[in-house]
Design a binder for this molecule. Sequence first.
Ligand SMILES: Nc1ncnc2c1ncn2[C@@H]1O[C@H](COP(=O)(O)OP(=O)(O)OP(=O)(O)O)[C@@H](O)[C@H]1O
Length: 564
Amino acid sequence: MNALLSFAPLLAQHKGRLARALVLGLVTIAAGIALLGLSGWFLTAAALTTAGALFNLFAPSAGVRGLSFLRILSRYGEKLAGHDATLRLLSDLRRWLFGRLFPLLPLRRQGHDRADLVSRLVADIDALDTAFLVALGPITNALLVGLAMTLGLVALLPSAALPYGAAAFATAILVPVGLIRASRAAARDAARASALLRNAVLDGLDRHQDLVVFDGLDRARLRATRAAEALARARRRLSLHGAIASALLGALAGLAMLGTLLAGLSALADGLLDGPVLAALLLAVIASFEAYAPLVRSATRLAAAAASAERLRALADLEPAIAEPAVPAPLPSDMTLAFNAVAFGHDPRRPVLHDLSFTLAPGSCTAITGPSGAGKSSIAQLLVRLAEPQSGTITLGGTDIATLRLADLRETIGLMTQDAPVFLDTIADNLRLGRPDADDTALWRVLADVGLADFVAGLPDGLSTLVGEAGQTLSAGQVRRLALARTLLSPARILVLDEPTSGLDAEAEAAFLADLPALANGRTIVVITHAALPVQGFDAVLRLRAGRLLPTASRAPHNPFSEA
Ligand SMILES: Nc1ncnc2c1ncn2[C@@H]1O[C@H](COP(=O)(O)OP(=O)(O)OP(=O)(O)O)[C@@H](O)[C@H]1O
């Protein structure tokens, strides 16, 4: 519940709208109670009166009509205000979570895969954003109605106040609290199982082709079925608790009614109360239970919201894997890049890079080669601080990159990752991610550099063609080239290209690597590649094996293996 309470400041931002929804909800229930009470009094009094002509029919029937009308209007206003506040809260929650999440990427803790994140961003936020509308609002209303009715009975029929008050207290507090406590574990299980199911379905869809080819559909189906069964079990438990609570509420409503009736009949016999007022009170008691009717749903929702709040808090409160420096150093003008005795492992217990030292001169073109798993991509990740070395430093112009603002560093060192994606957007916007102010001429130039200009020119919408799942489908090689073009377009003074030629045919690969020094245009280039390197153009080749550099002759006037 503490996790849920920690979202109170977000709710407080909409207190005006929430208060309006609450007041209008109360007016609706009060109008309902008054309507039934007045009708009961009116009909009984009219039936009992012996001089019908003397009975004023006009005022009560006008009151009944007025109350019906008020009820319709207040119910409408309540829905409007409640949904308005909820939708605004939804957008605040999403903004808050995205704002908290992005600085945490890449996530330090394992286990937050794509489906888990989608589940938290969608299902958990949904569970939380309706917490007021479906849970907190109705519970508050029920408490206030219970209090007001009990006070009304104290004034009109004191002997009924205790049974009604006790039943109302049990209905509005004990049953919901009991239900929330009993449902907490099932709500957590349901949230977890729903995430697992989403995971199994997304995984099955993503990897559908391989599952078909390797005859793995049955296993994928089994995984989804198990998750669905776990979800169904958790939901069945929640339904059972809900059904028990509903039965209790029904019994309590009956007891309140019976208590009021017995007290009322006794007061009637004693002449303390007249018949029409007793009828009015009995019907008002029945009407007051309209306020308690949604409580089972409210309590179940509150339990789900509490479980979701815990999951969202756990995500938002993760420590960032990569921290911004407390006092950022200014960006140096010297672009000399150096690894100084760097040791690194994604899991510190399993080192990937060992005591690695090398220096890259500004404007140099360096290839990093080595067998799969040698640690090449890890070097690229360390250079843009997607990961941190366990010991040693990486310096830019002598300044430890850990002391630079992340934005400064990543504007200076551009990285094309091994699996750089194409975003669901136009070709132009995919490219402009690298340089937002690039004009079309610059885009066509870079497309020509990566050998995509003819292809894009042949598309009906050219640069405005939508690509990705929703648009023009690209081949793996075209995706690679588009990502490469984006990186080349970037104004970064150091470019790190991880397998830039994968997906290109041998001829295009050789041509690209031969042209790369010229495309670099004075920038420092680091290429991670398995491809055969051209005889000329590269200043140095770092050969990596099992996280260590192999001594090899430099192609460059400068020696990359010199002590940094
Ligand atoms: N995110 C990660 N979490 C844990 N271990 C990882 C992660 N990424 C890579 N590794 C491990 O680190 C080692 C080096 O991986 P890296 O990707 O740097 O190798 P590489 O030389 O680039 O290989 P390739 O040529 O196949 O791309 C591998 O043993 C790999 O299993």
